[in-house]
Design a protein around this ligand. Structure first.
Ligand code: SAH
Ligand code: SF4
Length: 324
């Protein structure tokens, strides 16, 4: 930016630090820049291409922020405190083309990709909602959109998040959640040397059920597993497998046994997510007994399986309840 404006390089560092480290996006507040430069910056496109909309605060501490983009499109970002950690869930697209049957975000298809600035900007907006003493410790790309369908911009955002003079969040602390697109997984592996944590939204252990739940992906489960085997997973790290449990569709004992078999060659932990009901689906979660039985089949065969706690359910911030 500084170079494009014909400024010396150190001005670029100053600008970067104001924006990325301190989260200041109003040129007027950049007090170490000369007056003429601040005035000039104020005449350019706004640094933050979005503004905050409604904020909803859950009784469990979760906060959901509406993000209003320059073209009036809207996405959402969620802050999730957990002990001394603060995780922010970030959106990558307006809508989503995959159309998983239980997901509210994809109900109206894809509207557009977010730019790298719009992805990163959610962190700056989120800072305005930090409580005193809170500091962002983790990012999950798990909001609206399929990150591997917008990978180049997501990669730019990940790189900027990691910059030591900026937010300084190393890619180890970033989790990308995807339905599993082998070419995208390979590209991510190369770009971040396998450091970005991967969560794969599998939801099924046989091709037929997978097609039914996740209609918009052509890769087979076998191809996805192969892509994961190629991923340069750092030592002591595991993949997260996300499995939304849907009553009567993927919650039988045989589904759990098939899942164990499918995952047998991978280092994984499974997050079981009983479907969060919402107004755009008739599908339901299994009852608690069925969920426990499913989990038991996995754990008794040495597959770590956790029940994902529902966070922010009272403000529709739980999984699959984010609106496009
Ligand atoms: N597109 C990416 C990331 C965003 S979705 C992906 O699918 O992984 C984030 C997670 O929310 C996914 O695991 C998704 O399957 C889950 N999810 C979507 N709708 C849900 C619902 N109604 N109940 C529970 N989880 C849901
Ligand atoms: Fe898209 Fe993920 Fe929702 Fe599927 S679950 S429609 S991939 S956002």
């Amino acid at each position: 930016m500084a170079i494009a404006l014909g400024l010396p390089g150190y001005r670029g560092s100053q600008l970067f630090s104001w924006i990325h480290k301190r989260g200041v996006t109003d040129p007027e507040e950049m007090t170490n820049l000369p007056r003429e430069l601040r005035d000039h910056l104020a005449t350019l496109e706004p640094i933050l291409p979005m503004k905050g909309g409604t904020v909803l605060r859950s009784s469990d501490g979760t906060r959901k922020l509406e993000v209003v983009l320059a073209d009036e499109a809207r996405v959402e970002t969620v802050l999730i405190p957990d002990g001394d950690k603060l995780t922010q869930c970030i959106s990558t697209q307006v809508g989503c083309a995959v159309g998983c049957v239980f997901c509210r975000s994809g109900k109206d298809g894809l509207k557009r990709n977010l730019t790298a600035a719009e992805i990163l900007g959610q962190i700056f907006l989120g800072r305005g909602e930090h409580l005193s003493g809170e500091r962002l410790s983790n990012v999950v790309l798990m909001g609206v959109g399929e990150p591997l369908h917008n990978l180049e911009r997501v990669l730019s955002a990940i790189e900027l998040m990691g910059h030591p003079d900026g937010i300084g969040l190393s890619s180890r602390r970033i989790t990308l959640s995807t339905v599993g697109i082998p070419s995208g997984i390979d590209r991510l592996a190369k770009a971040t040397s396998g450091k970005t944590a991967l969560a794969i939204s599998l939801h099924a252990a046989d091709e037929e059920t997978r097609k039914r739940l996740v209609p918009g992906v052509s890769a087979s489960l076998v191809d996805i597993v192969k892509a994961l085997k190629r991923y340069p997973l750092p030592k002591r790290r595991r993949f997260t497998i996300e499995y939304v449990l849907v009553k009567g569709i993927n919650d039988r004992d045989v589904d759990a046994r098939n899942l164990v078999r499918l995952l047998s060659s991978l280092k994984v932990k499974v997050n079981l997510i009983p479907l969060n009901p919402h107004d755009r689906t008739d599908l339901m979660p299994p009852d608690d007994g069925r969920v426990a039985a499913f989990q038991k089949i996995l754990t008794s065969r040495d597959v770590s399986a956790f029940l994902r706690r529902r966070r922010g359910a009272d403000i529709n911030a739980a999984c699959g309840q984010l609106l496009a």
